[in-house]
Design a binder for this molecule. Sequence first.
Ligand code: DAS
Length: 347
Amino acid sequence: MNIKIFIVAAMILISQSVFSASSRPHIVILATGGTIAGTAESNTQTTGYKSGAIGVQTLINAVTEINTIARIDGQQISNIGSENMTSDIILKLSQQVNALLASNDVDGVVITHGTDTLDETAYFLNLTVKSDKPVVFTAAMRPATAISADGPMNLLEAVTVAADPNAKGRGVMVVLNDRIGSARFITKTNSTTMDTFKAPEEGYLGIIVGGKPQFENRVEKTHTLRSVFDVRNLKKLPTVVIIYGYQDDPEYMFDAAISHHVDGIVYAGTGAGSVSVRSEAGIKKAEKAGIIVVRASRTGNGIVSSDKELPGLVSNSLNPAKARILLMTALSQNKKPVLIQNYFNTY
Ligand code: DAS
């Protein structure tokens, strides 16, 4: 080949590969642990394994296909089972996501997390991320060492969603098992099966078919860019505990919360947020001590609405765990019951 033609051809090839690399979206994967990073002694073991055993680079290396969709970087935030997730770690995670998305060089973020409390962290970010760029949580129900582990495909689909231009402005999303859910509504509904993440009343935002996201719905509740909550410089979240309602539930759970100087209490009431006479006395005592109490429903579905016969604010459609996240976030900005009730009606 003529040397001049060879040089021109080589330059075209190099410029094409540089162009295609920089035209791929830049997605950062933040790993926090969970079963997706879990390992077991045998490939048939799907319970009693160790969560958070492998690091973010190993997760990325296991799914080389993600590099054809996006330019990928990984960061390790924590490596724990999500039953050990804390408000300090989710605050740090939110601040890191905000810092990354503020950069023109980052197009989206994928977060790997344990399934047990994923809905809490995802909802916290839905309230506190100041960007409309995609933030996608993913996880796995089977450890990385299992036959038919679901983590690699879930990670690939999460990156696919985060890299999709249509994913912008939909709030924080949760991608598992070919479904795209909203952090506001989705929750873990089954302790062991792979189709565990559901929003029984509201459904999914969309599905992933043949490697392509197909969006079907948008969320009406306030989130991300329209949210008033700003935790970017916050050092610590307020303390909020959950007290569970059941036959014979004792008033002394409220005494314990008051003596530990909590900032808020979520009461996971029976049915539509009903309260036993003992817990009603406890709620009134807590309110007298200046603690904000929110009534939610232990059923996990449906609305808890205000009742002038009963004390406490109400959670609307948030389950008790997510009501706790909203109350912590709200109390970090103000303590006015009327404003906080308004957040519960609109977020
Ligand atoms: N290991 C549990 C957790 O970290 C369960 C899981 O990830 O699926 O939440």
